[in-house]
Ligand binder design. Structure first.
Ligand SMILES: [Zn+2]
Ligand SMILES: [Zn+2]
Length: 339
């Protein structure tokens, strides 16, 4: 074999290919393992180069390619950002069928915000059109968004391992806004008693108290403990995206004063002449697309909070089962116990 690679699986696959023999079923996974083992980046903790997750690499390549193609013309921007949500949804549906841990969506989230923030600070701010106070306000909301993301990632709340005492059960009921129901179920995977509204997440491989859904964009479950941070983070995300996009567009396009106080972009016809300005423009369009999708998600979440229903219960047709009226539901969600 004259292949310039020390991957035995690839050598074997090539040999089988030229001798017209069928390839073994596990050959692809063995080739992927070798590629993953060779993908390493230099690291500074004195323990040598670290493995680079192919999901992270794929997200980075896909994001940069998307932004580059979108910055070529109006048509490219419309086509790319028109197709992007469908492409991500298709990837998500495929992922739901496999239900394994993947860093792709979380990497996409982190890389997208790093990219948007980098473009804003290093491409838009140097035009000196943005006031320090405007940049400061935007960065405060970015900090709130990141803090909420971090707190959400700290965990959704798990049931105690072992038998649940009456006191703990009472605390759990209080925190997850329960009506009194006395059936107890045992998780077949974790072998622990599940309190009411608790269910097992096959992706996180753990039981989650008042599980709402598994958020692929943060790579964690949303449950009793982190649901409020998730909602505040969504609000901060929408403000960051809308405000950042408006600051960017009023810098690179012709600004127009509306109602004597607010500047809005007026004409953005010349943005594709320079790649730097085009990148600023597509990053603003991308931020607006994220904001639009976040508004839909927030609307759904607020509706479920008003009904004291989780996404999980809604999918199972149990919406309204735990409702005590809108005001009481909202009060319990925002001011109820926190496990
Ligand atoms: Zn479980
Ligand atoms: Zn999960």
């Amino acid at each position: 074999m004259a292949l310039c690679c020390d991957c035995e699986a690839l050598d074997e696959a090539f040999e089988r290919f030229i001798t017209c023999k069928p390839v073994q079923p596990n050959t692809c996974s063995r080739i992927m393992e070798t590629i993953t083992d060779h993908l390493r980046v230099p690291w500074c903790d004195g323990q040598g180069a670290r493995k680079l997750d192919p999901d992270i690499l794929m997200a980075a390549v896909l994001l940069l390619t998307t932004m580059f193609i979108a910055s070529q013309s109006w048509t490219a921007t419309i086509v790319v950002f028109g197709l992007l949500p469908f492409l991500l949804i298709a990837t998500y549906i495929r992922y739901l069928k496999i239900r394994t841990q993947t860093k792709f969506f979380f990497a996409w989230t982190v890389l997208s915000f790093s990219f948007l923030l980098g473009i804003f600070q290093f491409e838009v701010v140097p035009y000196l059109e943005i006031l320090f106070s405007e940049n400061f306000i935007l960065m405060c909301f970015v900090a709130i968004m990141c803090l909420c993301g971090y707190l959400t990632k700290q965990g959704p709340g798990q049931p105690p391992n072992g038998e649940v005492s009456d006191q703990e059960e009472g605390a759990i009921k209080d925190a997850v806004n329960l009506v009194i129901e006395d059936q107890k179920t045992k998780c077949r995977v974790c072998s622990i008693h599940q309190p009411h509204r608790c269910s097992h997440c096959r992706i996180c491989n753990q039981c989650v108290l008042r599980r709402d859904h598994h958020c692929v964009w943060l790579d964690c479950c949303i449950g009793a403990k982190n649901h409020r941070y998730f909602i505040i983070g969504l609000v901060a995300l929408i403000i960051v995206c809308c405000y950042g996009a408006n600051l960017t567009l009023t810098t690179i396009c012709q600004p127009k004063l509306v109602w004597g106080t607010v500047y809005l972009p007026d004409s953005c016809n010349d943005v594709y002449g320079d790649i730097h300005i085009a990148m600023c423009f597509v990053s603003a369009v991308y931020a607006l697309l994220i904001a639009a999708l976040a508004v839909l998600a927030l609307g759904q979440q607020l509706w479920f909070i008003c009904c004291n229903t989780t996404v999980q219960e809604w999918r199972r047709g149990r919406q309204g089962h735990y409702s005590h009226g809108i005001l009481c539901n909202c009060w319990k969600f925002w001011c109820g116990g926190n496990l």
